[in-house]
Design a binder for this molecule. Structure first.
Ligand SMILES: Nc1ncnc2c1ncn2[C@@H]1O[C@H](COP(=O)(O)OP(=O)(O)OP(=O)(O)O)[C@@H](O)[C@H]1O
Ligand SMILES: [Mg+2]
Length: 345
């Protein structure tokens, strides 16, 4: 046991948030060392990797015919397992020192809706990249640890992680997931709703990046006294010519209503499934929100209003899954070995 503890303290612990939009890597003692879009550019045909991360994202939708930029984890599922594996290996190898004598332990946070086959593909990729031990865990458990929620307490805590492809809502008590639910609605769906609205209302076709900018700059979930306006550019759906359009925050809010309602309803449903004693704890402690989607203006306020439960935004909403994954082993100390099975997905 003593030898194992010494070995563990020397060990390099790596936490990975394998997100549908962004991949983050946290190394114990160093902090976040990788924070890049989950995008890979490959050569068409040979599938040879040309670029990964930020460099590949710049190529998205703008690539010449022989190179394609892929988001291998679109919509909360591993749409392209081979490319996902290449991406994981690329990022991990970037952070592992070449001649490190102790192989790292890796904890990877993934959306709970991935299948067993996909989970194994992620695990395999981590072993191939040089891990000594790999754990694949629900991203909301990792988010809870990273948000400093005291998950070891015999009390109910709710974490709501709104990512790019999925929104995950979990109730955690005594280091275990009591209730968990995930829907494939997140920031990407917000962008898609904006694209659809602008096409229907203004006959203008805009790209995903324009929609995302619009959402981040003037998007909101609750009515605001200040009405903001921005100019966007796109292609006229009838003439096929480029055109400008001024759009305001009220219109963007209306466009976002449907996906936002789906998330709010899922949170209410999860609260309804929570055992009463734990629900009472949540009313007292509040719902903790994480993930990039939680940064949408007015969303925490709307959720608090709709559920009647206070809402707290995690301190580092975009980073807490990676931080929590990196701290997983120290949080679940060795006596909790039996818990691993139930936490594994
Ligand atoms: N300030 C902001 N306002 C609104 N949305 C934002 C903001 N910042 C980031 N986002 C959105 O957050 C999403 C990415 O969040 P995050 O990095 O948590 O996702 P992910 O972990 O990659 O996805 P998932 O958890 O679904 O696998 C994107 O849709 C992005 O547009
Ligand atoms: Mg995420």
């Amino acid at each position: 046991m003593a030898r194992r503890n010494l070995f563990d303290s020397l060990s390099l612990d790596i936490g990975i948030d394998l997100g549908t939009c962004n991949t983050l890597i946290y190394v114990r003692g160093k902090g976040i060392v990788i924070n890049e879009p989950s995008v890979v550019a490959v050569e068409r045909g040979t599938k040879r990797v040309v670029a990964v991360g930020s460099e590949a994202k710049r190529m998205l939708w703008k690539t010449p015919g022989d190179i394609i930029a892929i988001r291998p984890l679109r919509d909360g599922v591993i749409a392209d397992p081979d490319t996902t594996e290449k991406m994981i290996k690329y990022f991990i190898q970037k952070v592992i020192p070449r001649r490190w004598f102790v192989k790292p332990r890796m904890v990877i946070g993934v959306p709970s809706c991935i299948t067993e086959v996909e989970r194994r593909a992620v695990e395999d990729a981590a072993y191939k990249a040089g891990a000594r031990e790999v754990k694949v865990i629900h991203e909301s458990l990792a988010a809870a640890i990273g948000a400093d929620i005291p998950i070891h307490e015999p009390a109910g805590h709710m974490i709501c992680d709104i990512g790019g492809g999925t929104s995950e809502i979990s109730v955690i008590s005594l280091k275990g997931m009591v209730v968990t639910s995930a829907i494939r609605v997140g920031g990407d769906e917000f962008d898609a709703a904006i694209i659809k609205h602008i096409r229907n209302a203004h006959n203008l076709i805009i790209g995903e990046q324009t929609a995302e900018r619009l959402k981040i700059d003037i998007g909101n979930a609750s009515p605001d006294k200040i009405i903001e306006k921005v100019e966007i550019k796109g292609t006229d759906a009838i003439t096929g010519l480029p055109r400008r359009l001024e759009i305001d925050s009220v219109e963007v809010r209306e466009a976002l209503q449907e996906p936002i309602n789906q998330i709010v309803e899922e949170i209410k449903r999860t609260l309804g499934q929570t055992p009463p004693e734990l629900a009472a704890d949540i009313v007292e402690r509040g719902i903790v929100m994480a993930g990039g989607g939680s940064l949408l203006k007015g969303l925490p306020k709307l959720i608090a209003k709709e559920t009647g439960v206070p809402v707290i935004l995690a301190e580092r909403p975009l980073e807490c899954v990676a931080i929590g994954a990196g701290k997983f082993f120290e949080t679940m100390n060795s006596q909790d070995g039996s818990l691993y099975g139930s936490l594994n997905i």
